[in-house]
Design a protein around this ligand. Structure first.
Ligand SMILES: *Cc1c(COP(=O)(O)O)cnc(C)c1O
Length: 571
């Protein structure tokens, strides 16, 4: 054995700091040589540590851990997670969960909802019966036509996601891309068998089936990933390559990467209109993804106003209603479909705003965000994360569209006994059970009350931060967008950021980089916890001074001292 390899095999490993090659049990002695590769360097030095959970306590030697080692390691991890859960304030996920008693049983059951939710599968260990109940619940909440009916193009279709809204965005954009590219609709391909495309559909113009995507600068990163994975051109990509000098927002300047937003974080509809018109007038079908509860500011795009704007512009250019012939089938009946698609990313908002609307109608709050759901005919698809408003222990969510907008799945899958209409293969059936459990135990009244309470807590937090800003005589950039559950302010000391799991984002304000954090007024957060945080923010040194000068680029990474230190207050 080479000398170097021996050194690596000697690396201390596991709770007892055993040299790695000695961590094997009896089996390896028979072969005389450890199975597998030794570490090429010390993994404890290679990874970011969690101080509360020392790496060596949780390393997994080939023998596994004995009962004492397991108990100690699990207790360390548990204490860490429980502490972080108690102070969790920085993300839009409800974290006081209550599923263990009722649903622990199912941790020892397979629940796999593989294939279409509305078709039974030969894989009988599934929770599709609950999934359909959850989907019907949301179809009604979002004013879609329900129940799902494969023969009725106006009825909804959807499925429970195995990932969160990121999967809903990916699926929505995939569907949109194929719809706008003229591929066959599912309603035309009910019969089993593969759908083949002998030739691309033809239109009169060169760009008739070349969709172009628009979303705002406040959009979640999953959209950027989705357009890349799906190879969808954004207006930026297309503008830069085909129309480099023609940015219609500011002739002679480079194309923006995303549609500009207002200060509040909602998409700027006037600028969107200019961009959409540029491409619609050249014949490109239009794909717009909107935010309903943007990730950082919690802003609601005005879906109705955008829908009206996009529809009107598309109608001017013959993109409102198009007849698409099936490729390679001259005798086929053309189908009629729009030349635009509106997807709504409602990761938090689609789960929350309907209840706030109910609360408003019941006089419990004054305002609710604008309409976003299937009341608007131009909303083609919609997604929500289950772990955000409801709170589930892992990522899940709902995707929804109309049956008539579904694309034919690429291949029929006899193997699972149900059409392969979803994104994943195996789908998490436990998530449908979790959402079903939550919805069974929370009436509309309960949820409207919770929504009103969260709205009130957000207002309270906002007021307290404004008062702190006043008291410190320091601009903390405190802001809350209308009806948002997110309150943003200047990034405090790293120790506070970590304690409360505050999420950060650097934005450019008038050419200067500002690093903000936000907190989210979710239902597990209390006024007491908010007061505690405000108390910490009031301490000297809670807001380290920004570097005196700095450009947008280098201001983003501000070094911070390890512990709070007293510093003179700015200005
Ligand atoms: C959180 C979020 C997502 C992604 O949701 P996941 O559940 O993390 O996949 C997408 N869009 C917005 C606006 C979000 O806030």
């Amino acid at each position: 054995m080479a000398r170097e390899a021996e050194t690596h095999a000697d690396i201390p490993f596991g709770p007892e700091d055993t040299p790695w090659q000695k961590t094997f049990s009896g089996l390896r002695v028979v072969g005389g040589r450890p199975y597998g590769t030794p570490p090429s360097s010390d993994p404890r030095a290679a990874y970011i540590g969690v101080p509360e959970v020392p790496h060596h306590k949780v390393q997994l030697p080939p023998t596994g851990l004995d009962a004492d080692q397991y108990t100690e390691a699990e207790a360390l991890f548990r204490r860490h997670i429980d502490t972080q859960t108690r102070n969790f304030a920085g993300y839009q996920v409800t974290s006081d969960l209550d599923y263990e008693q009722r649903l622990g049983h199912y941790l020892n059951r397979h629940l796999n909802n593989v294939g279409d939710p509305y078709q039974s599968s030969s894989y009988t260990l599934n929770s599709k019966v609950l999934e359909r109940a959850v989907l019907d619940y949301f179809a009604s909440l979002w004013h879609a036509k329900w129940p799902h009916d494969p023969e009725d193009p106006e009825s909804y279709w959807g499925y429970v996601l195995t990932m969160g809204a990121s999967e809903g965005n990916l699926y929505g954009l995939w569907n949109a891309r194929d719809y706008l590219s003229g591929k066959p609709l599912r309603t035309h391909h009910r019969e089993p068998g593969d759908v083949t495309f002998e030739e691309p559909p033809r239109g009169e113009g060169p760009h008739d089936f070349h969709p172009v995507a628009f979303f705002s600068e406040d959009t979640h990163y999953s959209l950027t990933k989705a357009v890349r994975a799906l190879d969808i051109d954004t207006f930026h990509a297309l503008g830069c390559t085909r129309y480099p000098d023609e940015n219609p927002l500011a002739p002679g300047t480079p194309w923006p990467r995303e549609v500009p937003s207002t200060e509040d974080g909602a998409i700027d509809i006037d600028q969107l209109a200019v961009l959409v018109r540029f491409f619609a007038s050249r014949g490109y079908p239009i794909l717009v993804s909107l935010n309903y509860g943007s990730t950082f500011k919690g802003a609601y795009d005005d879906v109705e106003a955008v829908a009206r704007t996009v529809r009107d512009i598309c109608a001017e250019h013959g993109l409102d209603n198009r007849r698409v012939h099936r490729a390679g089938d001259a005798n086929s009946e053309p189908d009629e479909r729009s030349g635009y698609w509106l997807h709504v990313d409602g990761a938090l908002g689609a789960g929350y705003a309907p209840y706030l609307e109910m609360a408003r109608d019941a006089g419990m709050v004054e305002q609710a965000p604008p309409t976003f759901d299937f009341r608007l005919f131009d909303v083609h698809s919609l997604t929500m994360s289950g772990h955000k408003w409801m709170g589930t222990p892992w990522a899940c969510g709902v995707f929804m569209t109309r049956t008539g907008l579904q694309m034919a799945p690429p291949k029929a899958s006899e193997y699972i006994g149900a059409a392969d209409t979803t994104f994943a293969g195996s789908r998490n059936g436990f998530s449908s059970l979790l959402m079903w459990d939550y919805l069974a135990r929370h009436s509309y009244d309960d949820q409207a009350r919770l929504a009103a309470e969260c709205d009130g807590l957000a207002a309270y937090t906002h007021e307290r931060l404004l008062a702190l800003q006043e008291q410190l005589g320091q601009d903390l950039w405190v802001a809350r967008s209308p009806q948002s559950l997110s309150i943003r302010f200047r990034q405090p000391h790293a120790a506070i950021v970590r304690r409360y799991s505050l999420s950060g984002e650097t934005v450019n304000v008038d050419g200067a980089a500002r690093t903000y954090v936000h907190m989210y007024a979710m239902s597990h957060l209390t006024r007491q916890r908010v007061d505690e945080l405000i108390g910490e923010l009031r301490q000297p040194g809670a807001f380290p001074l920004a570097p005196p000068t700095g450009t947008a680029a280098d201001g983003a990474r501000t070094a911070q001292p390890a512990e709070p230190v007293a510093e003179p207050v700015a200005r």
